[in-house]
Design a protein around this ligand. Structure first.
Ligand code: GLC
Length: 436
């Protein structure tokens, strides 16, 4: 459905209707009706931002329902399977997470996703109606997210690089088939996958989805971790995929900074805890700067190598406030070079790289959640023109094609799921901020 010629008000109403359609039991929101029938971790963070502009209470429910799936050790899983859906794989029967790991015996996946929810909670607190006495509710959510941070630092760091957290699966970066992982995916030993069938391919979309070989590696990692035990203390050294991931660490750092503000707003005294964590992560992120590429890069923690090509994750240390002014200037130059090649930003991979693929998922297309964070990041460093351009590009793509999951940087197509929740939610957030 084309939305061209629509006013901002029309877009706002359409976006609200998408969230309503994708909402389940008035408590959580599925990313899309068609492809993703459960609750995803970072999706719910972005989705809560959207809800906060139309039904504030519902935004808090979104975070609370996600945290119903939190594990006793503090991890917030990447998917919470509130209700069984046959049409999705890997589902609870593939993951086989022992129920005793979760607080409420809810089925979940066995890994996590980039931790945006702490930052979202702080924004919800800032945007609340001060008349409303909901400090106790925020304090409880704050504590739950603090234990999520604690889990990251206790279970996902490893000397000597204990100032960065490890990601153990491409799905934990949220950018499943990023070209950053190409060389690593090939080294994952293949498990017996005879029992597993992909359900994300619908015949007409194969060119937009990860290749079968990538998917085999994703599932082999799942089966390997399932056998060792997702919560096993010796999981890290046995993991076949160990990466210092820019998305995960940038979002964790920004969350630590935001949680520090939230803590003092709630009258707590956790500043030393957050200060130590932020300082460590900031030092860690600096080690990911590549002078050769003039950009931040992910690092393979097994070989120690930085992983080219440059992707849009390279901009996220701006969002974390972890870049120096010179680094920010280099990233601004890079953004402008990319934007001179295609009329819409921000592509997921440097459009000059061989790995760039215009239509394939996280290898070229534009995604609105990363656009939102990159725009926020440039604004932090005073590049308001870039921030405004990214926002304008994002809304123009929606106006042209509808609320798609991702878009080609030449502006020709919206791809993936058509009524995608975080695309709708971030449009609501952007347009809602304008109205405020
Ligand atoms: C895909 C995306 C991931 C997202 C999920 C649900 O796996 O790569 O980032 O969270 O779908 O929308």
């Amino acid at each position: 459905m084309s939305a061209s010629g629509q006013t901002n008000k029309d877009l706002f109403v359409q976006a609200k209707n998408i969230l309503k359609t994708n909402s389940r039991h008035d408590r959580y929101t599925v990313p899309s009706d068609r492809l993703y029938p459960y609750q995803w971790n970072w999706d719910s963070g972005f989705i809560a931002l959207g809800w906060s502009k139309v039904a504030y209470e519902r935004a808090l429910c979104e975070i609370e329902s996600l945290l119903e799936g939190q594990w006793k050790n503090g991890m917030v899983p990447h998917i919470v399977f509130h209700e069984y859906e046959e049409d999705y794989a890997p589902g609870p029967l593939d993951w086989q997470v022992p129920k005793e790991l979760t607080h409420k015996s809810i089925c979940t996946s066995g890994i996590t996703q980039p931790p945006i929810i702490g930052s979202v909670l702080y924004r919800l607190y800032q945007g609340r109606d001060a008349q409303h006495d909901d400090k106790a509710r925020f304090t409880e959510l704050y504590q739950q997210i603090k234990s999520y941070h604690h889990w990251f630092m206790a279970r996902r760091t490893k000397a000597p690089a204990h100032n960065l957290c490890l990601s153990l699966h491409p799905w934990e970066s949220g950018m499943d088939n990023s070209p950053s992982w190409d060389s690593l995916i090939k080294t994952v030993p293949e498990e017996n996958l005879a029992q597993f069938r992909r359900k994300d391919l619908k015949g007409d979309n194969d060119a937009e989805r990860p290749h079968d070989a990538d998917y085999a590696a994703y599932m082999s990692l799942v089966y390997h971790y399932r056998r060792i035990g997702y919560d096993a203390p010796d999981l890290l050294p046995q993991a076949h995929f160990r990466v210092f991931d820019l998305v995960l660490n940038s979002l964790l750092l920004r969350s630590a900074r935001d949680m520090a503000h939230l803590s003092s707003a709630l009258g707590g005294d956790d500043s030393a805890y957050w200060q130590a964590q932020s300082a460590a992560l900031e030092v860690g992120i600096q080690t990911l700067w590549s002078a050769e590429h003039e950009a931040f890069l992910n690092r393979d923690a097994i070989t120690g190598e930085l992983l080219a090509p440059v992707t849009n994750a390279s901009f996220l240390p701006l969002y974390a406030k972890a870049a120096t002014p010179n680094q920010a200037a280099a990233l601004a130059r890079m953004y402008r070079e990319w934007r001179a090649i295609y009329p819409y930003g921000v592509a997921t991979t440097d459009p000059r790289a061989d790995e760039f693929e215009m239509q394939r998922y996280w290898r070229g297309p534009i995604w609105l959640n990363t656009n939102w964070m990159i725009a926020e990041g440039f604004a932090v460093y005073g590049y308001d023109d870039i921030a405004a351009e990214i926002k304008a590009d994002s809304l123009a793509l929606i106006r042209k094609h509808g609320f798609y999951e991702y878009f080609t940087p030449d502006g020709a197509k919206g791809l993936g799921a058509p009524s995608f929740s975080w695309s709708a939610a971030l449009a609501l957030y952007w347009l809602g901020e304008e109205q405020a």
